[in-house]
Design a protein around this ligand. Structure first.
Ligand code: MN
Length: 207
């Protein structure tokens, strides 16, 4: 099977300035995201080698490393697509209505997702997810790349709260960075994810 690949950014490094600096984006995509892709492929190779050797004694560490790198690759891939130089503002249509239903208002949703990103202890993410079993939206607070989340959430909008995401530009002012990200959220991308997520059937309902 083909190895995973680092996707190109959908815009130039400077496209999100001044909200997100070209240098931070260049490092974040070209070094950090790239490292997760490399780590993912290396872990898959090590799992292949372990099976081939008939020695699965390293399985605990490899499965944890697989989850970390796979989730890091997925989260960053979605994060880049969630952002756009033409972003900002508010969602419209069915997504806007679902946010109002789920959180009371857009402002209440924004406050909850911002707080989730701002208060992650150590490294993590804030996320808006669609939960297909209960057919509802949740804000989730992700630890590292894969911890503290329900198993069913389909990621719609993610905010990287790792220090590498903002420190070079915003230093210790994480909340200022998170506020700036709202200015470049591509709501059309989030709405497309919402439309696709709602077609996912997790469990057939008994008749
Ligand atoms: Mn990151």
């Amino acid at each position: 099977m083909r190895p995973y690949e680092l996707p190109d950014l959908p815009y130039d490094h400077g496209a999100l300035e001044p909200h997100y600096s070209a240098r931070v984006l260049e490092l974040h995509h070209g070094k950090h995201h790239a490292a997760y892709v490399k780590g993912l492929n290396t872990t898959i190779e090590r799992l292949d080698a372990a099976r081939a050797a008939g020695d699965l004694s390293s399985i605990v560490g490899l499965e944890k490393t697989l989850a970390f790198n796979l989730s890091g690759h997925v989260l960053h891939t979605i994060f880049w697509q969630n952002l756009s130089p033409d972003g900002g503002g508010r969602p419209e249509g069915e997504l806007a209505a679902a946010i109002d239903d789920g959180f009371g208002s857009f402002d209440a949703f924004r406050a909850q997702l911002s707080e989730a990103a701002n208060t992650v202890q150590g490294s993590g993410w804030g996320a808006l997810s669609w939960e297909p079993l209960g057919q509802r939206l949740f804000v989730e607070q992700i630890y590292d790349h894969q911890g503290n989340v329900g198993q069913s959430g389909v990621l719609l909008l993610v905010v990287d709260a790792w220090e590498h995401a903002y420190y070079l530009q915003y230093e210790n002012r994480r909340a200022e960075y998170v506020d700036a990200i709202w200015n470049v959220v591509d709501w059309e991308d989030v709405a497309r994810r919402f439309d696709r997520a709602r077609e996912l059937v997790l469990v057939e309902q008994p008749r």
